[in-house]
Unconditional design. Sequence first.
Length: 449
Amino acid sequence: MKSKTTKKGALGAGVWTSIILFGLIGQIAWVVENMYFSRFMQNEITRAPYATTLMVAFSAIFATVSTLLGGALCDRTGKRKIFICGGYIVWGLTIMMFALVPMQPNEDKILSMVILVVAMDCIMSIIGSISNDSSFNAWVTDVSNTANRARVDTVLAIMPLVALAVVFVGFDSLTNADATPEDWKRFFVILGIITSAGGVLGMLIMRDKKGIKPNKSSSFINDFTYSLQPAVIKKNKMLYMCLAGNMVSAIAYQIYVNYLFNIIEGTLKVKDYIIPVGIIMVTAAVGSVVISSAMDKFGKRNFYYPTNIAGIAGCIIIWSAKFFVDKNNTALLAVLIIGGILVIGVSLVMAGLFTASYRDYIPEGKEGLFQGCRMVMYVLVPMIIGPVIAQIIINCANKGVADSDIVYPMELFLGAAAVMLFCFIPAKAVRDNQPKYHDMLMNKLDKSE
């Protein structure tokens, strides 16, 4: 039985290389968009939270519409590779465009610069969503199955962390509080080149799964809106329940992630943060991979409740770091590292856990069409609600403070903990249904051999 399960879950070297290459390069681009564009806005344009909220929200809207479009296109054409590789090449060019943005504007030009950065971010999100969120995710669904998806999706879930480590260690000095406009320009050009180079390399090594045929059985408009139609939602309830769990976890993550660097550097006053952040990222990444292997071995249903509890505990622990600022630096770093490992590790495991379950429920032949609903629930809703909650918390903590003096409060993590309580609702529904459905999928694999 053991060898049979291993065979079912085996993926070739070429598939794993493509998963890791496009997973990593794509997440490097998304790290720039999700974290460093926010830092760029806060450090070089304005610290007012409305600017970050607008950027994140509009980016999510355009990313979602683009994923619906990309999902329909890659299913109707029966192709993934051309959208992935070609998209990554153009994606890198849009990142390089940010080197042209005028920085540190005068007071009367701040609003126009905010609008410009938001618009450019939306363009970048359109390209990235078609190539990565729709086409690459459809390809991953094509090449994986229920015997290996927890492992595959957790590997993909840690890629944002690996990407953050690459960007953080290699290029963060170009973006910190002492960075000059020339530093930021170099940052955008270098990261854009890396993204485009990934697309060129992918042309040589990636292959579409054999046997995929163009699916034009319905109109383009129907394909575009397919995963959002009430009848489709009713027919695939558990798929959407998995996405609901992912959505709640992602809302909690979006409350603090856009302010994370400035929280560590500004609020907690940790100037030499490379080592503690490195410990957090490495430990969280290794731990999440170990846990993902246990998920495939013992069943995903055993991990929903403990993971959510650990995430809530991590938010409370990291919030408590505020009590050690300017008092006990050793204790502050210890609390930051412990809380950070739990918070970041849980965000990775939750993403892998619910995404692997969601892929199991996707009907065969609809892999691209079901990427749109994932974007609505995993990206659009969290990236609107999360930053809005953050803005409310930040404004309450900074009443009467000038925009240039705003401090991002640790209470952002308490807000995230409160949101994560709601994750128990979809977790229970998915957990209760999973054993029966998992057995059915495994039996289906048996018959296909």
